[in-house]
Design a binder for this molecule. Structure first.
Ligand SMILES: NC(=O)C1=CN([C@@H]2O[C@H](COP(=O)(O)OP(=O)(O)OC[C@H]3O[C@@H](n4cnc5c(N)ncnc54)[C@H](O)[C@@H]3O)[C@@H](O)[C@H]2O)C=CC1
Ligand SMILES: O=C([O-])CC(=O)C(=O)O
Length: 267
């Protein structure tokens, strides 16, 4: 039985727990919540038959098989770095955090000292296997467009560019590098950062972000060209009801990755 600790118990975390509730090969034993939110998290877990224990940090004597982050960018510094140092293998969805200068190197160094590994999950996007394979032969360009319903851009700098309540057509709210996208739209820049890390890097990956009042999906489209040829992919993700900024595929990506650690064959 794979013993898992999960950081964060919001839209992704609760949905992952629901999917794993009756699994016989893996179990989330502990959930790490932000200090002060323990009661709220307990409430979210009330309907589970056998809920995980809620903590605010990984206890010093705990050695889960895997620590999976489903919380947000701050959790990488707070929980993932120290867990790697202690030799706990980590999986993360908040890949956008890695656009902070120096964080990739710090994670690598912590994992090396702990003799363990960190895995960056594809989350809301697909095709990362093909993109990172294409990188081996050399890439010329990677262009990404993220299109989401207008309400998904609430509380972001998009509010200074257009009135999200009243726009009646698709509006470009950002064009630039993945590095700048991550700085301005951290909660929506995980896909851009993942494509950058798999492909041409944060400065050479071109990003366009669109607020679309006519869309009910989170559409991630990218086009890559290089020595291998070219490919493009469009993923029309359904947003989670509990958090419209997050696509449902992210939940399934976490469950798939955990399953790949628990099962004899990984795919
Ligand atoms: N790679 C990808 O494609 C995607 C990645 N994400 C990432 O996943 C994160 C979580 O997404 P949702 O579940 O939709 O968000 P959410 O806001 O519904 O839930 C996040 C939960 O984590 C908790 N949390 C925040 N910081 C924490 C910390 N330092 N320690 C412990 N708990 C903490 C919050 O209190 C909240 O309950 C997002 O912030 C985003 O960075 C989200 C969507 C796609
Ligand atoms: O679609 C999603 O779930 C999240 C997203 O765009 C991102 O973080 O880049």
């Amino acid at each position: 039985m794979l013993n898992i600790t999960m950081i964060g118990c919001g839209a992704i975390g609760v949905a992952v727990l629901e999917l794993l509730e009756n699994d016989t090969q893996m179990r989330v034993e502990h959930v790490i919540a932000s200090a002060g939110s323990e009661a709220l998290v307990q409430q979210r877990l009330a309907a589970f038959k056998n809920p995980p224990l809620v903590l605010t940090a990984l206890p010093a004597d705990a050695h889960p098989d895997l620590l999976v982050e489903c919380a947000g960018h701050m959790a990488i510094e707070e929980h993932v770095l120290p867990a790697l140092e202690r030799g706990v293998a980590c999986l993360i969805v908040s890949v956008g955090a890695l656009s902070q200068v120096g964080l990739v190197e710090r994670l690598e160094a912590a994992a090396a000292r702990g003799n363990t590994r960190i895995e960056l999950l594809p989350g809301a996007i697909g095709g990362i296997d093909a993109l990172s394979a294409a990188k081996v032969g050399g890439l010329d360009s990677v262009d990404y467009t993220g299109r989401k319903p207008a309400k998904a851009w609430k509380n972001t700098p998009a509010e200074q560019i257009c009135d999200l309540e009243t726009i009646d057509q698709a509006t470009v709210i950002f064009q630039g590098s993945a590095r700048e996208a991550a700085r301005l739209y951290p909660k929506n820049a995980n896909v851009a950062a993942t494509l950058s890390l798999a492909g041409l890097g944060l400065d050479r990956t071109h990003v366009t972000l669109i607020a679309d009042p006519l869309s009910e999906e989170n559409v991630h489209h990218f086009e890559a060209r290089g020595a291998f040829g070219g490919f493009e992919m469009s993923l029309r993700g359904k947003p989670l009801q509990a958090n419209p900024k997050t696509s449902a595929l992210t939940v399934y990506s976490v469950v798939r990755a955990l399953g790949n650690h628990a099962h004899a064959i990984s795919i």
